[in-house]
Write a protein that binds this ligand. Structure first.
Ligand SMILES: NC(=O)c1ccc[n+]([C@@H]2O[C@H](COP(=O)([O-])OP(=O)(O)OC[C@H]3O[C@@H](n4cnc5c(N)ncnc54)[C@H](O)[C@@H]3O)[C@@H](O)[C@H]2O)c1
Length: 366
């Protein structure tokens, strides 16, 4: 198979779909790998590193798409890339279809095989290709939240760890999944008082078992959320309904109940966000303010730490890339039920139930 690694062109995205180590494995399995010139530079991998691993460097993104049976990338294709995708081409990347009707329609039109990292699912319900980026984003959420709590950037002026004689800051985490737990862990490490809410009691029991006593758990419902937003300085949105739009847990009217300068980091922005007033932002212009509440809603948070993120991501994607390249998508998905769950749009049809429902369409069986 020919495998193409284009350079990411989304704003401030410096990750890349494959490291030289991945190229080496594919070439060892007799595949041809095309890497767009400079694709890995943002993550610290240079053309020469890829060439030494056995890749051929191509000058333009158009060449990479035109010459490859399978494209391996990081972010969902943006409008400029739609027309480059070919009928029957495998595109293996994050798509987050539920949050973009335009992307969904474009991929249906392309008749490509769209396999979404975020819906590849293991038997126990975990999402192995989302986990490492959620780990990065969860940890980063506290770093960013702490920064935007500072007064010069319109925050409340609270130091999360407090100091002797002054209480630490308070952090509310919505969702006790990967993002939520990593965020809670970082916030607790800084000395903040943390409350973590979820609807899944198993998750709450787990958090209760592993976290220090200044991380407390609670059930996520409107009553509790309304209570906690009044007293917390930093709110982290880390909920997920697999493949579907995130629920609006904080509605517009609730902002008025928060203290001016409260910061919301809505990590779930890539699934539409769990705050009604969330709209995607970029690393260049990461925040906006509504009703004196600072909103940080960067849809590709791990893009700011590309070295850590690229290596963490490709560690987990490579085994699937090898399967797809060695067996072709039909056999690979038949043999590997986790990978099969990644099929979202296939040859012009939506094959993932929740995405079809989001757009009021009937899913077609793959
Ligand atoms: N912005 C970014 O750069 C970025 C990076 C990585 C992940 N994400 C996103 O972060 C979100 C969370 O990812 P994750 O890996 O932690 O998911 P996860 O599945 O591990 O955890 C989600 C949690 O949300 C909980 N939940 C569901 N409904 C809830 C509700 N009403 N109230 C409270 N909790 C609820 C679930 O029970 C689960 O524990 C996803 O949307 C993911 O795409 C964004």
């Amino acid at each position: 198979m020919t495998v193409g690694i284009p350079k990411e062109i989304k704003n401030n995205e410096s990750r890349v779909g494959m490291t030289p180590a991945g190229v080496f494995e594919l070439v060892k399995n007799n595949h041809t790998v095309y890497v767009q010139s400079g694709a890995g530079e943002g993550s610290g991998f240079f053309n020469q590193d890829y060439q030494q691993a056995g890749a051929t460097i191509l000058d333009t993104i158009g060449q990479v798409y035109a010459m490859s049976d399978m494209i391996v990338k990081v972010k969902e294709p943006i409008a400029e890339e739609y027309s480059l995708i070919q009928e029957g081409q495998i595109v293996f990347t994050y798509f987050h279809f539920a949050s973009s009707e335009a992307l969904t329609k474009a991929m249906i039109k392309s008749k490509a095989i769209c396999i979404a990292y975020e819906t590849v699912e293991d038997e126990d319900g975990t999402l192995p290709l989302l986990t490492p980026m959620s780990e990065v984003a969860g940890r980063m959420a506290i770093q960013q939240g702490a920064k935007y709590l500072e007064k010069p950037v319109k925050g409340k002026g609270v130091l999360l760890g407090g100091v002797p004689g002054v209480s630490p800051g308070r952090v509310l985490v919505l969702g006790a999944g990967t993002v939520g737990i990593q965020a809670a862990k970082m916030a607790a490490g800084l000395g903040a008082q943390v409350t973590i809410l979820d609807v899944n009691m198993k998750r709450l029991r787990y958090v209760n078992d592993i976290m220090p006593s200044h991380v407390v758990t609670g059930f996520s419902n409107e009553f509790n959320i309304r209570k906690h937003i009044k007293t917390n300085d930093l709110i982290i949105g880390g909920v997920l309904l697999k493949g579907a739009k995130a629920p609006n847990l904080i509605t517009r009217d609730m902002l008025k109940e928060m203290h001016p300068g409260t910061v919301i980091v809505d990590v779930a922005v890539d699934q539409g966000g769990c705050v009604e007033t969330t709209k995607p932002t970029t690393h260049e212009d990461p925040i906006y303010i509504i009703d004196d509440v600072v909103h940080y809603c960067v849809a590709n948070m791990p893009g700011a730490v590309p070295y850590t993120s690229t290596v963490a991501l490709t560690n987990v994607t490579l085994p699937y890339v090898l399967k797809l390249a060695n067996l072709g998508w039909r056999s690979a998905c038949k043999m590997d039920k986790s990978l099969e769950k990644g099929l979202n749009v296939v040859e012009g049809e939506i094959v993932y139930k929740e995405i079809a429902e989001t757009f009021h369409l009937e899913p077609v069986l793959a």
